[in-house]
Ligand binder design. Structure first.
Ligand SMILES: *Cc1c(COP(=O)(O)O)cnc(C)c1O
Length: 230
């Protein structure tokens, strides 16, 4: 058995155990393979081992891989998105996790309208407030989402976050809790075209805790593919 397949099976077990601990249904949690810098042969191995969502950080790199590997699985955009790449992003990706400002949302909406598409997005929230992080600040998230709700060609599906990196994954828990509580707060608003079904949170170092706190998509790179070589 390949290492990639073994890694994926181990992660699936860990997700299942975390789901049980939290009294959640394991089928409510999807495992994304994050493939920035990963070569095509290894991505194919992951797909053969059952990975059916691939997350890409860059539009160009994603475009090349999608053209090669096809649309038989879901491709998600998880990296910082420049507005001028919007017209490509809406056609390539099934879900864009990284919408964090109104200027980007407007551009995605306009391009989606031109293409006759309704684009599914998540709003990326910077729950830690670190200056270097992308994502809308937690305190500004609700007003951003209210504004996005007025755009007819976008459909908000939930929230995404990336907590600070910690040695001990327990330290990430408050940030996951904060995202879940924010989701619950937004659900109360009952906004048009806003459903809060996805919580995209948890990476290689902290996905177990993220699952315990309600993640519906965990985004895993190194724990599947090994350390990235840039
Ligand atoms: C790279 C990346 C990941 C995966 O990180 P790992 O620690 O390698 O699992 C997840 N989410 C985003 C947004 C990323 O850029």
């Amino acid at each position: 058995m390949s290492t990639i397949r073994e890694n994926i099976e181990k992660i699936r077990e860990n997700i299942a155990e975390a789901a049980v601990r939290a009294g959640r249904n394991v089928s409510d949690i999807r495992l994304m393979g994050v493939t920035k810098t990963v070569d095509d042969a290894r991505i194919m191995e992951a797909i053969e081992a059952g990975i059916d969502i691939i997350g890409e950080n860059y539009v160009q790199e994603g475009k090349r891989k999608i053209e090669k590997m096809g649309k038989t699985l879901e491709w998600h955009m998880i990296g910082h998105l420049q507005s001028n790449k919007s017209k490509y992003a809406i056609k390539l990706f099934d879900l864009i996790h990284s919408v964090d400002r109104m200027s980007l949302a407007r551009e995605l909406d306009k391009r989606s309208g031109n293409a006759g598409l309704k684009t599914k997005i998540l709003v990326e929230v910077n729950v830690s407030g670190e200056e270097t992080k992308s994502g809308v600040r937690k305190e500004n998230a609700l007003s951003l989402i209210k504004e996005i709700a007025g755009l007819r060609n976008l459909a908000v599906q939930g929230l995404m976050t990336m907590p600070p990196w910690f040695d001990n994954q327990e330290d990430a828990r408050p940030f996951f809790v904060a995202l879940r509580e924010l989701r619950d707060r937004i659900i109360e608003e009952d906004l048009p075209d806003v459903v809060m079904k996805e919580l995209s949170m948890g990476m290689s170092g902290d996905y177990r805790v993220a699952v315990e706190e309600g993640a519906t998509i965990v985004r895993i790179g190194t724990a599947i593919f090994g350390e990235r070589v840039y």
